[in-house]
Design a protein around this ligand. Structure first.
Ligand SMILES: *[C@@H]1O[C@H](CO)[C@@H](O)[C@H](O)[C@H]1NC(C)=O
Ligand SMILES: *[C@@H]1O[C@H](CO)[C@@H](O)[C@H](O)[C@H]1NC(C)=O
Ligand SMILES: *[C@@H]1O[C@H](CO)[C@@H](O)[C@H](O)[C@H]1NC(C)=O
Ligand SMILES: *[C@@H]1O[C@H](CO)[C@@H](O)[C@H](O)[C@H]1NC(C)=O
Length: 578
């Protein structure tokens, strides 16, 4: 067992093979760990969801809440069993009652989003608040950035050249390193910071961070001094904790106007770390830092006003500073704001706002690292394993995971389900992601109902989703589709004037839509031109449409469009040389 918390990961597969033997002897926790490894095909064990399910069922019988959680997920996703949201709900409820945090998250999400249960904000709030509190007390919730890369597979697919938005390119990293070695101070501080926090694809490495900060500090860089102060204050393997050194570096940095240094001093005075507690000085330095826009300063000021530390309690000011910090994405700021919204302190009580904040905080829990695992699986071609992991996170409420689950199912990359089953599942995950505001998923919902993927074809539901995307997100694709549906009279009255309005709107919203819109309008002009002629005047000319149909078949309008497209291309080409 001790091999498991051995820091070397290479030992894990061996440890899990020993666990496998223990599991066969009916050892409860060995069995659970093996079952989880089978479910995700992780830790050197094979991907065997059927056996996992058997183990989970046996353990759930005995009241093991973690097994109930995974069993709930298998019912929800329909893995080795037909999907059953009712059974999932029961398992999740038992697991949550047993104190399982992930089950509380899954339930919170279901209640909030109204997935197979009536929307109930207060109940969701109750679950999310518990989980958020756990995350707040752990260290993972504290770090504003974290090392997780939330990648949308669909974005990557569309822009394969672009590395994940958040990821530092290898070449760029080498370039910075080159600059840093040449003595470029900004590059040294930047690299030091990257290695200090870890993230954007760069390994956390405090030894390197220390070296870069030291080099930069020697040339008098204030931020490098401040970060050295941070390293001394935190202490660790590389730098032993030392309050005096921390204070010294913070002070040097603060004197040079570094906001990081000011916040460091402020925090030392606020919490009495190595110096006598002094709220007045804390307030002074934190205000300096916050005024320079430093998120830590804003958060701590929020805390001072919220708790009345050395100042009169002032909820309005607390709210102001928490809001400023939340704008910079600090999870703790969202947590405190959620607390205020939940209790109606300093602001109007709002269950929805409170849940949003607690949900965000909950999603920063240690379990977020699973997103990286899923992505690694996907990149390594372990598609089924990636799918199961994403689907699990999707059930916990992560929108990225919902989109990625649907993406993999949509593209038919997994071997777990046949095409119909995949599309039916994809539809439900697109639907969840769309409700969380992801517009691409909303368009997919429109498409699925239009073509009848995973559901009956239904133009009016399709139009509903396109209209939603057009109105709420001003999405040009949705406008174009609505134009087309009006033109054809699919799911709505045939109305070429409205069609034209939507086409024009799409073109006005996005320059990329202008070319397709031009063709659509030209095609409409021709068809309806003919129709118009047919009905009213010049019967002979009106025959042209019928003749074309005879010669070219029922898709003659498409041929005309292609012909016009070719003509325009030729004209543009010719014009270039005139
Ligand atoms: C390793 O596991 C043992 C027993 O589960 C636990 O007591 C100990 O704290 C763990 N050590 C680390 C470094 O996690
Ligand atoms: C495993 O243990 C449980 C509880 O002790 C028992 O009910 C079950 O029959 C055992 N299974 C096997 C295969 O021994
Ligand atoms: C630094 O200060 C903190 C808080 O006052 C204290 O707990 C810690 O022991 C001090 N560190 C050292 C190395 O003295
Ligand atoms: C998939 O669904 C379609 C439409 O409902 C049906 O016609 C087809 O037979 C199904 N295919 C399979 C393999 O079940």
């Amino acid at each position: 067992m001790n091999m498991l918390n051995d820091s070397s990961r290479s030992e894990r597969p061996r440890a899990y093979h020993i666990l496998e033997e223990a599991a066969s002897l009916n050892h409860t926790s060995a069995k659970r760990m093996v079952a989880i490894a089978y479910l995700f095909g992780s830790n050197g064990l094979p991907f065997r969801p059927a056996v996992a399910k058997e183990f989970f069922e046996q353990l759930a019988e005995e009241g093991d809440s973690e097994s109930q959680l995974y069993l709930g997920f298998m019912h929800s996703f329909g893995l080795e069993t037909p999907p059953s949201q009712a059974k999932a709900l029961i398992s999740y409820t038992f697991a949550a009652l047993g104190g399982n945090h992930l089950a509380q998250m899954a339930l919170g999400y279901r209640l909030y989003a109204g997935v197979s249960v009536l929307h109930n904000c207060e109940a969701a709030l109750d679950h999310y608040r518990r989980v958020a509190k756990i995350v707040e007390q752990s260290s993972t919730g504290q770090s504003p950035s974290g090392t997780t890369v939330r990648i949308r597979l669909s974005d990557e697919y569309e822009n394969p050249s672009k590395s994940p938005s958040n990821q530092l390119d290898d070449d760029l990293y080498q370039y910075y390193q080159f600059l840093a070695d040449k003595g470029d101070v900004q590059a040294q501080v930047g690299l030091g910071h990257l290695h200090y926090q870890g993230g954007r694809g760069v390994q956390q490495d405090h030894t390197r961070a220390l070296n870069y900060f030291k080099q930069a500090a020697q040339t008098g860089n204030a931020n490098a001094m401040a970060y050295l102060g941070r390293m001394f204050l935190e202490g660790g393997k590389t730098v032993p904790q030392n309050n005096e050194s921390a204070f010294k570096y913070f002070q040097m940095a603060a004197d040079k106007g570094s906001s990081v240094g000011q916040a460091g001093l402020g925090q030392m005075f606020l919490y009495g770390k190595g110096v006598p507690r002094d709220y007045e000085k804390a307030l002074k330095f934190l205000t300096l830092a916050a005024n320079q826009g430093l998120v830590d300063g804003q958060l701590e000021l929020g805390n001072m006003f919220y708790n009345g530390l050395g100042v009169e309690k002032n909820f309005k000011l607390a709210l102001k500073y928490y809001k400023l910090a939340s704008k910079q994405g600090h999870a703790l700021a969202f947590y405190h704001l959620a607390m205020m919204h939940a209790r109606g302190i300093g602001t109007q009580r709002s269950c929805a706002n409170a849940v949003d904040g607690f949900k965000l905080m909950s999603e920063r829990g240690a379990w977020i690292s699973e997103i990286n695992e899923a992505y690694q699986d996907y990149k390594a071609g372990r598609i089924d394993q990636a799918l199961v992991r994403y689907a699990f996170l999707a059930d916990l409420g992560y929108e990225h995971a919902q989109s990625n689950t649907a993406f993999i199912l949509d593209r038919g990359e997994s071997t777990l389900f046949d095409r119909n089953q995949s599309l039916a599942r994809a539809l439900s995950y697109w639907s969840r992601a769309a409700s969380q505001g992801y517009v691409v998923a909303r368009l997919k919902l429109g498409d699925y109902h239009y073509y009848g993927f995973g559901t009956e074809a239904d133009y009016s539901t399709s139009a509903f989703h396109y209209r939603y995307a057009a109105e709420n997100d001003r999405n040009p694709q949705a406008m174009f589709n609505l134009g087309y549906m009006h033109e054809q009279g699919y799911g709505m009255s045939k109305d070429i004037h409205l069609a034209k309005r939507y086409y024009d709107l799409a073109a006005a919203t996005s320059s990329e839509a202008q070319v397709p819109v031009m063709f659509a309008l030209m095609k409409m002009a021709i068809i309806y031109g003919f129709e118009y002629l047919n009905h009213f005047r010049w019967d002979n000319m009106g025959q042209a449409g019928t003749v074309l149909q005879k010669v070219l078949g029922p898709d003659w309008d498409l041929y005309v469009m292609s012909f016009l497209a070719a003509l325009i291309a030729v004209l543009a080409y010719v014009r270039r040389f005139v």
